[in-house]
Design a protein around this ligand. Structure first.
Ligand SMILES: [Ca+2]
Ligand SMILES: [Ca+2]
Length: 303
């Protein structure tokens, strides 16, 4: 392969040389004022020849140094390494090269959000224009940047999507009916994902089972969602792991927050599969822990 490139390089150089020497000889002829010259003046011809020789040597040297460069580049290819690729930065931070070292810095600018649906409400009950702006603010406070509005913001997190609003109370009847609605919702989400071919083979099977076996209809969807929420696969869902289900729904479903609170029946900030099933009013015997760990190990395979 290298020799092929070398040949190509040589070919290109040879073409340049021919073109350059053609231009030069034309230039030399143009420069000559033959009217004052004696054609037999040997001294003149010798000078002309010397000049031509000197030019040839100069060109030869130029070509030799260009060739040496081509050869050097072929033997020592410059591999560009993106140092930032190896550094994962948390939310609100991006990687920048500083003094030739990759470093995570606070994201300098967040996209301007006009859509009010992108607004977020934080646990401090403040409305921010976007999740990006919350993470950026947290980063500034964390790194004692002067743009930090309040040092407490270093611990701020998104409570739910949408502007902050007065919490609507979830009264007895709504909360009583909520497990049934939640089961329905989980089943429909799983069915949608299956139709869009966005489940792993393992969960596809569980979905098919839920469609065909009535006793598995709710329990398979419940097990799937519980496995899905358990991001670190420690077989319990922490409050933090509830974020993907809680944050988008709080504005729409005023009962979701009290419902999820109620799931952690022993109040240890973690929801086991048994607790999850009980809170969805499912029979414990129907709940079999069937998480697809292959999905966890190779998340990129899922596209
Ligand atoms: Ca977990
Ligand atoms: Ca618990």
């Amino acid at each position: 392969m290298r020799s092929l490139w070398l040949l190509l390089g040589l070919g290109l150089l040879a073409m340049c040389q021919v073109q350059a020497s053609e231009e030069e000889s034309l230039g030399d002829l143009d420069d000559l004022d033959l009217s004052d010259m004696d054609e037999n003046d040997e001294e003149f011809l010798r000078l002309l020849e010397d000049k031509a020789k000197a030019k040839d040597v100069q060109r030869e040297n130029e070509i030799a140094s260009q060739l040496a460069e081509v050869q050097h580049n072929l033997l020592n290819p410059v591999v560009e390494v993106d140092l930032c690729e190896t550094i994962p930065c948390g939310a609100g931070r991006i990687c920048q090269i500083q003094d030739e070292k990759p470093e995570c810095v606070c994201i300098p600018e967040c996209p301007e959000e006009i859509d009010t649906r992108r607004h977020v409400c934080t646990n401090t009950n403040e409305t921010w224009p976007s999740d990006c702006s919350v993470y950026q603010q947290r980063c500034w406070c964390d790194s004692r940047d002067e743009r930090c509005a309040n040092l407490d913001n270093a611990h701020m997190h998104i409570d739910y999507y949408g502007a902050c609003h007065e919490p609507r109370t979830c009264d007895g009847e709504d909360l009583k009916d909520f497990p049934r609605r939640m089961r329905d919702w989980l089943f429909n989400v799983m069915r949608d994902l299956a139709e869009r071919d966005e489940l792993t083979e393992h969960y596809m099977q569980m979905q098919l089972e839920a469609e065909t076996n009535h006793s598995r209809r709710w329990s398979n969807a419940a097990v799937w969602k519980w496995c899905d929420l358990d991001g670190d696969t420690d077989r319990s869902v922490s409050r933090h792991e509830l974020f993907p289900i809680r944050a988008p729904l709080v504005s729409l479903e005023h009962c979701i927050a009290p419902f999820l609170e109620s799931c952690d029946s022993n109040n240890d900030h973690r929801i086991t599969l048994i607790e999850w099933g009980a809170c969805l009013e499912l029979d414990a015997d129907d709940l079999i822990e069937r998480c697809d760990d292959v999905k966890r190990a190779k998340p990129h395979m899922l596209g």
